[in-house]
Design a protein around this ligand. Sequence first.
Ligand SMILES: Nc1nc2c(c(=O)[nH]1)N[C@H]1C(S)=C(S)[C@@H](COP(=O)(O)O)O[C@H]1N2
Ligand SMILES: [Mo]
Length: 217
Amino acid sequence: MPASHVCITRDGRRFEKPSSLLYYQDGPPTSVDIQSWRLRLIGQVPRPLELSYPQLLDLPPVTESRRAVCICNWSVRHEYTGVRLAHVLEMAGLDRPRADALMLLQTSIGTPEKGQYQSTVPLQTALQRNAMICYAIDGAPLSLERGYPARFIDFGLYLYKCVKGLSSLEVTPEYRLSYWEERAGWPLDGTIRPKRYWFCDLKERRYVEKEGEIDEF
Ligand SMILES: Nc1nc2c(c(=O)[nH]1)N[C@H]1C(S)=C(S)[C@@H](COP(=O)(O)O)O[C@H]1N2
Ligand SMILES: [Mo]
Protein backbone atom coordinates (compact mmCIF):
# COMPACT_ATOMS: atom_id res chain seq x y z
CA MET A 1 0.00 0.00 0.00
CA PRO A 2 1.56 3.33 -0.98
CA ALA A 3 1.95 5.60 2.05
CA SER A 4 1.39 8.75 0.07
CA HIS A 5 -0.08 10.03 -3.11
CA VAL A 6 1.36 12.76 -5.33
CA CYS A 7 -1.00 15.61 -6.14
CA ILE A 8 -0.50 18.24 -8.80
CA THR A 9 -2.51 21.43 -8.50
CA ARG A 10 -4.01 23.14 -11.53
CA ASP A 11 -1.18 25.68 -11.41
CA GLY A 12 1.41 22.90 -11.49
CA ARG A 13 2.49 22.71 -7.83
CA ARG A 14 3.33 19.22 -6.56
CA PHE A 15 2.80 17.91 -3.06
CA GLU A 16 2.13 14.61 -1.31
CA LYS A 17 -0.88 13.63 0.73
CA PRO A 18 -1.41 10.47 2.76
CA SER A 19 -2.64 7.61 0.60
CA SER A 20 -6.40 7.25 0.45
CA LEU A 21 -5.98 3.51 0.83
CA LEU A 22 -4.87 4.00 4.42
CA TYR A 23 -8.32 5.32 5.21
CA TYR A 24 -10.57 3.30 2.89
CA GLN A 25 -12.33 1.00 5.34
CA ASP A 26 -14.65 -0.62 2.80
CA GLY A 27 -12.00 -0.42 0.09
CA PRO A 28 -12.42 1.31 -3.23
CA PRO A 29 -14.58 -0.81 -5.52
CA THR A 30 -12.34 -2.64 -8.03
CA SER A 31 -14.46 -1.15 -10.78
CA VAL A 32 -17.67 0.79 -11.16
CA ASP A 33 -20.03 0.13 -14.06
CA ILE A 34 -20.76 3.75 -14.80
CA GLN A 35 -23.61 2.87 -17.19
CA SER A 36 -25.64 1.30 -14.41
CA TRP A 37 -24.36 3.39 -11.47
CA ARG A 38 -26.98 5.67 -9.91
CA LEU A 39 -26.81 8.15 -7.07
CA ARG A 40 -30.05 7.51 -5.21
CA LEU A 41 -31.58 10.20 -3.01
CA ILE A 42 -34.13 8.41 -0.89
CA GLY A 43 -35.93 8.41 2.47
CA GLN A 44 -37.98 11.33 3.75
CA VAL A 45 -38.12 13.33 0.54
CA PRO A 46 -41.29 14.09 -1.45
CA ARG A 47 -39.72 12.96 -4.76
CA PRO A 48 -36.97 10.34 -4.46
CA LEU A 49 -34.32 10.73 -7.15
CA GLU A 50 -32.02 8.51 -9.13
CA LEU A 51 -29.25 10.34 -10.92
CA SER A 52 -27.07 8.70 -13.53
CA TYR A 53 -23.47 9.92 -13.87
CA PRO A 54 -24.25 12.07 -16.97
CA GLN A 55 -27.31 13.50 -15.19
CA LEU A 56 -25.17 14.41 -12.19
CA LEU A 57 -22.60 16.10 -14.43
CA ASP A 58 -25.40 18.02 -16.16
CA LEU A 59 -26.60 19.71 -12.96
CA PRO A 60 -25.38 23.26 -12.29
CA PRO A 61 -21.76 22.76 -11.16
CA VAL A 62 -19.80 24.61 -8.51
CA THR A 63 -16.00 24.70 -8.33
CA GLU A 64 -14.51 25.84 -5.04
CA SER A 65 -11.11 25.85 -3.40
CA ARG A 66 -11.71 24.39 0.04
CA ARG A 67 -9.87 22.55 2.77
CA ALA A 68 -10.65 19.00 3.87
CA VAL A 69 -9.41 17.54 7.16
CA CYS A 70 -8.83 13.96 8.35
CA ILE A 71 -9.19 13.11 12.04
CA CYS A 72 -5.58 11.86 11.83
CA ASN A 73 -4.51 15.54 11.81
CA TRP A 74 -3.69 16.20 8.17
CA SER A 75 -5.46 18.56 5.83
CA VAL A 76 -5.45 19.25 2.12
CA ARG A 77 -6.77 22.12 0.05
CA HIS A 78 -8.05 21.31 -3.43
CA GLU A 79 -10.31 22.70 -6.05
CA TYR A 80 -13.45 20.62 -5.70
CA THR A 81 -16.09 20.46 -8.44
CA GLY A 82 -19.56 19.10 -7.87
CA VAL A 83 -23.16 19.88 -7.17
CA ARG A 84 -24.54 21.56 -4.09
CA LEU A 85 -26.32 19.27 -1.67
CA ALA A 86 -28.98 22.01 -1.47
CA HIS A 87 -29.61 21.66 -5.19
CA VAL A 88 -30.35 17.93 -5.16
CA LEU A 89 -32.49 18.25 -2.03
CA GLU A 90 -34.52 20.92 -3.79
CA MET A 91 -34.91 18.64 -6.82
CA ALA A 92 -36.25 15.99 -4.46
CA GLY A 93 -38.80 18.51 -3.17
CA LEU A 94 -37.41 18.82 0.35
CA ASP A 95 -37.90 22.35 1.66
CA ARG A 96 -35.44 24.04 3.97
CA PRO A 97 -37.40 24.17 7.26
CA ARG A 98 -38.08 20.46 6.96
CA ALA A 99 -34.52 19.61 5.93
CA ASP A 100 -33.15 21.48 8.95
CA ALA A 101 -34.69 18.92 11.29
CA LEU A 102 -33.39 15.88 9.43
CA MET A 103 -30.18 13.90 8.86
CA LEU A 104 -28.37 12.57 5.83
CA LEU A 105 -27.24 8.96 5.86
CA GLN A 106 -24.58 8.39 3.19
CA THR A 107 -23.81 4.86 2.00
CA SER A 108 -20.90 3.82 -0.22
CA ILE A 109 -20.80 1.34 -3.08
CA GLY A 110 -18.35 -0.71 -1.04
CA THR A 111 -16.86 -4.08 -1.86
CA PRO A 112 -18.12 -7.68 -1.49
CA GLU A 113 -15.23 -8.40 0.92
CA LYS A 114 -15.55 -5.42 3.21
CA GLY A 115 -19.11 -4.21 2.79
CA GLN A 116 -20.28 -0.63 2.68
CA TYR A 117 -19.20 2.46 4.60
CA GLN A 118 -21.79 4.77 6.11
CA SER A 119 -22.02 8.07 7.90
CA THR A 120 -24.85 10.24 9.17
CA VAL A 121 -24.62 14.04 9.26
CA PRO A 122 -27.14 16.74 10.21
CA LEU A 123 -28.61 18.45 7.16
CA GLN A 124 -28.90 21.86 8.80
CA THR A 125 -25.15 22.37 9.30
CA ALA A 126 -24.29 20.64 6.02
CA LEU A 127 -26.53 23.12 4.18
CA GLN A 128 -25.22 26.12 6.13
CA ARG A 129 -21.69 25.12 5.13
CA ASN A 130 -22.52 24.58 1.46
CA ALA A 131 -21.81 20.86 1.45
CA MET A 132 -21.34 19.32 -1.97
CA ILE A 133 -21.54 16.15 -3.93
CA CYS A 134 -18.14 16.25 -5.54
CA TYR A 135 -17.13 14.47 -8.75
CA ALA A 136 -13.84 16.16 -9.66
CA ILE A 137 -10.71 17.31 -7.82
CA ASP A 138 -8.33 19.87 -9.33
CA GLY A 139 -10.14 19.59 -12.63
CA ALA A 140 -9.90 15.81 -13.02
CA PRO A 141 -12.60 13.19 -12.41
CA LEU A 142 -12.17 11.39 -9.07
CA SER A 143 -10.01 8.28 -9.11
CA LEU A 144 -11.48 5.13 -7.56
CA GLU A 145 -9.32 5.72 -4.49
CA ARG A 146 -10.59 9.25 -4.08
CA GLY A 147 -14.24 8.33 -4.43
CA TYR A 148 -15.25 7.83 -8.04
CA PRO A 149 -17.91 8.42 -9.25
CA ALA A 150 -18.96 10.88 -6.53
CA ARG A 151 -18.34 11.73 -2.88
CA PHE A 152 -20.13 13.81 -0.28
CA ILE A 153 -18.16 16.53 1.54
CA ASP A 154 -19.22 18.77 4.41
CA PHE A 155 -16.03 20.81 4.85
CA GLY A 156 -16.82 21.63 8.48
CA LEU A 157 -16.56 17.94 9.42
CA TYR A 158 -13.66 15.50 9.52
CA LEU A 159 -13.54 13.35 6.44
CA TYR A 160 -14.62 10.16 8.19
CA LYS A 161 -18.08 11.79 8.18
CA CYS A 162 -17.93 12.20 4.38
CA VAL A 163 -18.46 9.11 2.25
CA LYS A 164 -16.57 8.39 -0.98
CA GLY A 165 -17.83 6.18 -3.81
CA LEU A 166 -21.42 7.06 -3.03
CA SER A 167 -24.34 4.81 -3.81
CA SER A 168 -27.10 6.48 -1.83
CA LEU A 169 -28.07 9.46 0.27
CA GLU A 170 -30.98 8.82 2.62
CA VAL A 171 -32.85 11.58 4.40
CA THR A 172 -33.74 10.25 7.83
CA PRO A 173 -34.70 11.50 11.30
CA GLU A 174 -32.19 9.08 12.83
CA TYR A 175 -28.73 10.27 13.98
CA ARG A 176 -26.90 6.97 14.02
CA LEU A 177 -23.38 5.81 14.89
CA SER A 178 -21.40 4.28 12.03
CA TYR A 179 -18.25 2.17 11.72
CA TRP A 180 -15.53 4.45 13.11
CA GLU A 181 -17.79 6.05 15.67
CA GLU A 182 -18.62 2.61 17.01
CA ARG A 183 -15.19 0.98 16.65
CA ALA A 184 -12.81 3.80 17.43
CA GLY A 185 -15.03 6.03 19.53
CA TRP A 186 -14.73 8.94 17.12
CA PRO A 187 -17.42 11.53 17.83
CA LEU A 188 -20.78 11.21 16.09
CA ASP A 189 -20.67 14.96 15.61
CA GLY A 190 -17.42 15.14 13.61
CA THR A 191 -16.90 18.92 13.73
CA ILE A 192 -13.28 19.90 13.02
CA ARG A 193 -11.56 20.87 16.30
CA PRO A 194 -8.97 23.55 17.13
CA LYS A 195 -5.65 21.72 16.97
CA ARG A 196 -2.31 21.46 15.19
CA TYR A 197 -2.65 19.98 11.73
CA TRP A 198 -0.25 18.96 8.96
CA PHE A 199 -1.15 20.94 5.84
CA CYS A 200 -0.01 18.69 2.98
CA ASP A 201 -0.40 21.29 0.28
CA LEU A 202 1.49 23.95 2.28
CA LYS A 203 4.05 21.41 3.53
CA GLU A 204 3.81 22.75 7.06
CA ARG A 205 2.20 22.34 10.42
CA ARG A 206 -0.03 25.04 11.79
CA TYR A 207 -2.28 25.54 14.75
CA VAL A 208 -5.93 26.17 14.00
CA GLU A 209 -7.87 28.08 16.65
CA LYS A 210 -11.35 28.04 15.24
CA GLU A 211 -13.70 25.07 15.16
CA GLY A 212 -15.37 23.99 11.89
CA GLU A 213 -14.22 24.59 8.31
CA ILE A 214 -10.64 25.85 8.02
CA ASP A 215 -10.78 28.87 5.73
CA GLU A 216 -8.00 31.15 6.96
CA PHE A 217 -5.30 29.52 4.79
N1 LIG B 1 -16.50 4.98 1.38
C1 LIG B 1 -15.60 5.52 2.22
N2 LIG B 1 -15.46 6.85 2.27
C2 LIG B 1 -14.57 7.41 3.11
C3 LIG B 1 -13.77 6.61 3.95
C4 LIG B 1 -13.94 5.21 3.89
O1 LIG B 1 -13.29 4.45 4.59
N3 LIG B 1 -14.86 4.71 3.00
N4 LIG B 1 -12.82 7.18 4.78
C5 LIG B 1 -12.97 8.61 5.09
C6 LIG B 1 -11.74 9.15 5.64
S1 LIG B 1 -11.38 8.71 7.23
C7 LIG B 1 -10.91 9.98 4.94
S2 LIG B 1 -9.56 10.73 5.66
C8 LIG B 1 -11.22 10.33 3.54
C9 LIG B 1 -9.99 10.23 2.64
O2 LIG B 1 -10.27 10.88 1.44
P1 LIG B 1 -9.15 11.15 0.35
O3 LIG B 1 -9.14 9.94 -0.53
O4 LIG B 1 -9.60 12.35 -0.38
O5 LIG B 1 -7.86 11.33 1.06
O6 LIG B 1 -12.26 9.53 2.99
C10 LIG B 1 -13.38 9.41 3.85
N5 LIG B 1 -14.44 8.75 3.14
MO1 LIG C 1 -9.76 10.20 7.90
